[in-house]
Each structure stands twice: as C-alpha cells, then as structure tokens.
Design a protein around this ligand. Sequence first.
Ligand SMILES: *Cc1c(COP(=O)(O)O)cnc(C)c1O
Ligand SMILES: [Zn+2]
Length: 401
Amino acid sequence: MKCRECGEQHPAKRIYACQECFGPLDVIYDYNDISLTKDVLRGRRQNLWRYFELLPINDRENMIDLGAGYTTLQKCEELGKRIGLKNLFIKNDTTNPTYSFKDRPASVAVSKALEFHTKAVGCASTGNLAAATAAHAAKAGLPCYVFIPEGIEPNKIAQTAAYGARIIKVKGTYDETNRLAYQAAELYNIDIVNINLRPYYVEGSKTLAYEVCEQLDWHTPDRVIIPTASGAMLCAIEKGFREFKELGLTDEVDTKLVCAQAEGCAPIVKSFNTSSRQVQPIENPETVAHSLAIGDPGDGIYVLEKLRRSKGTAEAATDKEITDAIELLAQTEGIFAEPAGGVSVAVLKKLAERGEIDPNEKVVCYVTGNGLKSPEALPSQITESIPIEPRIQSFAYVIGR
Ligand SMILES: *Cc1c(COP(=O)(O)O)cnc(C)c1O
Ligand SMILES: [Zn+2]
C-alpha cells in the first residue's frame, strides 16, 4: 500500500492509515506482473471477480461471491433524444444482489476480512452499504454490526435486518454515526468495512470503470456523471480507467469526471464553484437523497483535484429536480432509480440543456441504487391510486371517455 499524502509504502496488512503521516492508504499493484488480456477477460464469468488480479484478495478461497457487478450498460436513445445527446449510456447498477453498487466494495471488503481472520464485520452506512455488508457477511458466516443515522428509508432497514445484521440506529447525522462506528471498531475489535478496511473496500468500486471500458468495446467514455457522497466511488472509477490504460486494455484516458451532489448536501460542489482546495463540511444535510447525505466527505479534496485534472465539473440538483429525474429515467428507459440515481440524471440533464455537453460526446451516467429501496421519495400524486368499482363504466369515467 502507498500513502496518498507522503508516498511512503507499507505492506498490505490490516492497517488503513499511513504510519508516518496518518494519510489515507491506497492499494498498489505491480502491473508488470498482471497478464490480463482482452481474450482472457472475454472467457470469464460476468461478475466483478473477473478482475481478480486487480482486486486486493490473495486467495480465491476467501472470495465472497453473490454475483455483484457486470451490470448492463444501457444505450439510451429515448432519454438522449429528450435532452439532446446522441451517445448516452446508463450504467445500471440497480440490479446488483442487494440493489445498489455498494455490493462491489462490500464484496471485496468482506472477502478481505476473511483473509485477515476477522471475527466480526460492520459498516457505517447512509443506507445502502448496510444491506450490502449484511448480505456478504451472512454468506461469509460472520456477525455484522451496522451503524446507521436516523431517517434512513424503512425498506433499506428491513432488507438489512432480514440478512441478520445487528442494526444500531444513531440519533444524529451520518458523520456522528461514523465517529461512533470508529470508536466501536477500536474498542470491540470489529472490522468496519468502510473504516478499518477502507483501502481494500474502495478497490471494489474500480470495477465500475473496467466494465464500462469493456462494454464500450475497450474504449473509455468522453464523460462520466457520478453521484457523490464521500467521494470514494469517484476516486475509484478514476483509478479504474487509469489501470486499464496501464495494462493496455484501453486507449488514452481523456474522460471528464462530473461530480453530482444533492443541493441539500453539496460540500464538494460548493468548493469547486469557489475554486477552493478545501472542503467546508455541511453540519446538517437535508435531502431526499439519503444515500448521498455525507456532510464531511472523506475523499472531498481528492475529488476536487481529479475534477480539475480531468477538466470535469461539479453540479448539484434540488429535491424536485431529483424526483423529476427519477420519473424521467423510468418513463424513457424503464429504469427505476433511488434518489442518488435521480441526482446523476438531474445533473446530466442540466449540463446537457445548458450546452455544456457536446451532443456527440460519449457520456456514461452512473445510476447506483434501485428505486424500490425508497419508494416514499416519489410525490404521492404519482404513487396513489383510488380503487374503482369493478364496472366498465367506472373505468370509462377514470380514463375520461
Ligand atoms: C454510497 C452511495 C453513493 C456515493 O458513494 P461515495 O463513494 O460515498 O461517494 C452513490 N450512490 C449510492 C446509491 C450510494 O449508496
Ligand atoms: Zn504518509
């Protein structure tokens, strides 16, 4: 592992911060030793473990495989027409085993926990990581402690409980919940996947970039729209594109990164717009997109740097824009997203309509969570329906004929 701040290298042990400067650690690989070719990949199973050599697990025996990854890259003619884009794709991660992209990092982290002979795992979650960690822990036979802030959608809690995890609901924000999980990890020796195992955990999300390259016939897209909370997924996607280039699996990487946040919790967008290099935390996030409600994003400063380097941008969407975008995506492409997916589609629409995206650009918009996880986000006038008498006259009345 290599420190992101001072560059010091450390063996790939059960550590998550640099022992010299406390900076975050990244897993590094010897790319000369990795012989992944297009032909080898074509012959492999269609889930994230097809990239085993680029994931930080040593022994295949430890792989916890629920089949996460290799989701559809959907060409969006209809949505594209509505917003004026000719080469638009949605990376549809609503179809993962627990219905969000979080199965990718959770799968890798729980596998690493087995490799470290961990006795218990857990996570601090804004909603989706809870179910993803709980499901993979269940398969691994490990006890699981899930820390969530109040206000998380009931479906996400029910799903997590079904996998047998202990749910610790905290009176406070995600950032307060995260601090409690941190202390619990230290005192009770629980491996919190997105804290203690974070360097390994984030590696799972690189597969969001690898798959898109493969699905675009070994080319990188011109632009990607990424819904952002802590910024870990955005950083992992950027690393994924670079690694595919390093291995000669794709051409020059010239992909503009777009960070999409919810207006009620947009600390990275605010910094970007004021050209600041620091991220000012938001005390009390308020947004329908609960899974993006992280007021103090751990990877915020690294996201800013990557946005600048890629000539990308950052943009926010209001709650109304988010729910409108959920409906637009469902009604044009048949994909039902949770609000985080609404955030990326809403930001995509804004940039396209403002003319900031060339109509011919190859754009990939990441839709990271399933709408069934948060049906209450939709306005009641579209979800409510009043029953009618079982008579054809009542039907005629309802459709106005
Ligand atoms: C967690 C989450 C994100 C954001 O991930 P970060 O890595 O924290 O930026 C986006 N979409 C969904 C659905 C999520 O659950
Ligand atoms: Zn360091």
